[in-house]
Design a protein around this ligand. Sequence first.
Ligand code: ADP
Ligand code: ZN
Length: 439
Amino acid sequence: MVDNKSPYFNPERETLTREGIEALQLERLQATVKHCMNSPFYKKRFEEMGLKPEDIKSLDDVRKLPFTTKQDLRDTYPFGIASVPLRKCVRLHSSSGTTGNPTVILHTQKDLDEWANQVARNLWMVGLRPDDVFQNSSGYGMFTGGLGFQYGAEKLGMLTVPAAAGNTLRQIKFIKDFGTTALHAVPSYVTRIYEVMQQTGVDPRKDTKLRVLAIGAEPHSEEQRKRIEAMLGVKAYNSFGMSEMCGPGVGFECCEQNGLHFWEDYYIVEIVDPETLEPVPDGEIGELVLTTLQREAMPLLRYRTRDLTRVLGRTCPCGRNHIRLDRMRGRSDDMIVLRGVNIFPIQIEKILMQFPELANNYLITLTTDNDNDNMTVEVELEELFTDDYQRLLDLEKNIKRALKDEILLTPHVKLVAKGTLPVSEGKAVRVVDKRKVYQ
Ligand code: ADP
Ligand code: ZN
């Protein structure tokens, strides 16, 4: 049993010193690499590289290991990377696989138990205790946000409501009737829940007991988080997960809200230059590369996540010395290249959210008009003030100017009525690319 008054779910692991973390990592890395020799995929890779598990003598030797990519997962679909026989596995999750083969991740019972521990640790870290009621408004099924949070919240001991995504009126009814104090949802869906609360006269501060939100699974800006906190009167914590690493539970903000603690007893974290694949100094943006340290069914070595972030620090006032990473900019493949300029949707969101006249939903469309590539940003207005045409024009002008300062291009800006842009119940689609491709 965990001591209810302790700020830590797993005090021994969470409060390790840096030396303690690194010693544990080396031990776990060596064991992981040995275990990977049971995987036909890694065995072959190691043979090709002339590498032996005994060559890993220090933590820095992680750089001798081969990278693993999403393409490797696709090429070995469905079970080719596994390091245990299939009969030892009890679950699989799979990504959507819109391009080519989907990717499959296998889990043993031990993997599932550890995954639940990771999620429970995160939820405990932000003050949730067995008395809380946890509602999970994320998709269930293959998407790891469903079962991942379910088992983690149950492990902590909370009454856990598997509400799943969608049916917003019912979500709100559950929040009220069950006395939900904590909610997990993707940020764009939280906004939707709030809008429906407004339409149906529910005041989240008076009519609900909500106090903590876990938001994640998609990139969002600090400004978006602040809005969510202000709308619902809660604390919202950024949650990072990816199916390849288990799902939610990989990284989570503590109460300091100063970046995401990535759990280094479970992963080795590297940030590399995506071109040279060499490590970048702390503070510089690069691609996040993760090596699993506790996985049984399907350990992954130096997995290239394609997520871009940077190291913020390795200590924290909360007493945890697990590395702190900045919120994700997005994946390298989310980056828009328009007229030679690199732009992340999150940069646009950050600017839009600074205008109180604007609501939270927006859509970026890229088109080719008369052989020129253009960007149109449609954004919903908090309130319609069509009668005041001058005010609309001024607002549009100010948004364009602020966007130009941030992304160095002036997009078209279209102000639209609230509720007119599409809302998804899963991860939000923020960019539609209709540009002509010239061969
Ligand atoms: P899929 O690959 O089908 O989208 P995943 O759930 O595995 O399914 O997605 C993981 C990805 O989601 C991460 O690599 C990252 O790009 C994004 N992601 C997850 N959590 C966050 C977060 N808190 N902030 C930004 N991006 C996130
Ligand atoms: Zn902390």
